[in-house]
Design a protein around this ligand. Structure first.
Ligand SMILES: [Zn+2]
Length: 317
């Protein structure tokens, strides 16, 4: 009798030990989804088990977040830009004010003609924009905000380059990168890879740097003079860029900045999100979406002239 009682006692003792162990494991398992999601292994284990689990979860999460962000930030700053952090503001749909600048080639020395801007002047102009708090956006971003409203920087600017010259890649891209800016290039798709023009690889590099690549038609024909070629010119170049970049949304810049109502309607019908024309205004709306006013920066435009264009101040006679 005595022996069997002791035996029962031993068995009961073992059973309670086993149960306690199971319960502990169950609790530990139940704790894991709440604390373990951030990938934190050590903090969840240390204080362990029942009452502590409720308290320990809270300090473990905030301790993780700052350490993650602090590791990301330093690696970003040197590569992207020294610009101040962007303050986005909401723009209602309809009208948006943004200077759209037009360049063609950047020249290493002195500008040879009006379609060139010297690298020195270009640097000064980009410095002016950065120092005055301008931030670059793309025509696609502008089109979306005009149509639906949305957030843009407080002082947006669009920097476009027509034709797709090689100097944009060699000279403009590094300057824009130094300032934390992204540009826009309107490519004559039939000239891609020709001497003094960018090749398809260089275009994909620009695209990877956040640039927008748009169409400047296949062979730079005057679309107003040759409206029967407009389909081939606008659709051919669109398909080329869609295939090259894997994008569906594109904007077009009309050769010579020339488009009439027939051409702007076709641009919309062929699926472009907006069309670039020429003009003297920085204000854009739904009515001008397919003939956005761009202002050309010519070789003789000094910093005062540049400032007047960007700020929209009227030029005195
Ligand atoms: Zn052109």
């Amino acid at each position: 009798m005595n022996f069997s009682l002791r035996l029962w006692g031993i068995i009961a003792g073992f059973a309670s030990l086993l149960l306690a162990g199971c319960a502990g494991r169950i609790q530990a398992a139940a704790q894991q989804p709440t604390t373990g999601a951030e990938g934190a292994v050590q903090p969840t284990r240390s204080p362990s088990w029942t009452p502590a689990s409720l308290i320990t979860t809270t300090p473990s999460v905030p301790s993780l977040t700052p350490s993650l962000t602090s590791t990301i930030q330093p690696s970003r700053t040197p590569t992207v830009s020294p610009t101040p952090t962007s303050a986005q503001i909401y723009y209602p749909a309809g009208q948006v004010s943004v200077p759209i600048l037009l360049y063609h080639r950047i020249a290493e020395g002195k500008a040879a003609n009006r379609y060139e801007v010297s690298l020195e002047d270009f640097r000064l102009q980009m410095d002016f924009l950065r120092q005055n708090g301008y931030e670059t956006i793309t025509p696609l971003e502008l089109a979306k905000v005009i149509l639906k409203g949305g957030e843009l920087p407080l002082k947006p600017v669009i920097i476009t380059f027509d034709d797709g010259y090689r100097s944009v890649f060699d000279l403009a891209l590094p300057v824009l990168n130094q300032n934390g800016f992204k540009g826009v290039v309107y490519v004559i798709t039939g000239y891609v890879g020709a001497p003094t023009y960018m090749n398809s690889e260089q275009l994909t590099v620009l695209f990877a740097n956040g640039w927008e690549i748009g169409s400047h038609t296949v062979s730079h024909e005057d679309l107003v003079k040759n409206p029967s070629h407009a389909y081939d010119q606008m659709v051919g170049s669109k398909l080329y860029l869609e295939n090259l970049l894997g994008v569906r949304e594109l904007t077009v810049a009309y050769p010579y900045g020339k488009a009439d109502e027939n051409i702007t309607r076709r641009a919309a019908r062929y699926g472009y999100s907006a069309g670039m024309g020429l003009g003297v205004s920085n204000i854009h709306s739904i009515e001008t979406l397919y003939f956005l006013s761009r202002q050309e920066i010519k070789s003789d435009c000094d910093l005062d002239c540049f400032e007047r264009i960007v700020t929209g101040k009227k030029i005195e006679p």
